[in-house]
Design a protein around this ligand. Sequence first.
Ligand code: HEC
Length: 96
Amino acid sequence: MKKVITILALIAASASIGWSQDASALFKTKCAMCHGAEGQGKPKIAPKLAGIDKSEAAIVAMLTKGGAPKGIHMKPMAGMDAAHAKALAAFVKSLK
Ligand code: HEC
């Protein structure tokens, strides 16, 4: 029984690798390569996110469900769950 629990714990831990609870660290690993470390955007790669008009809820929906007209955000982001999306959306809204 102990072994089963250990294995389950390992599976749970590996499923969250790459996902830190810290939204700014999450942004660095999942978003900054396109949107820039401060959400300043990168020419020809991704738009600026600082000062974005979209609501937090709209950002969450885009990250978890996709729906952008083109590009990476047409589809949900890989491994994104509601809690991570909410943390990221709040972080994006805090960028100035
Ligand atoms: C592969 C590059 C890439 C990555 C990685 C990426 N994005 Fe984007 N993002 C884009 C592009 C390009 C657009 C412009 C719309 C489109 O083409 O989908 C965009 C658009 C957006 C928008 C809408 C901007 C607006 O003004 O409406 C938001 C919000 C956003 N991204 C957030 C994020 C977040 C949060 C992450 C990390 C979880 C992320 N993106 C990761 C390329 C990327």
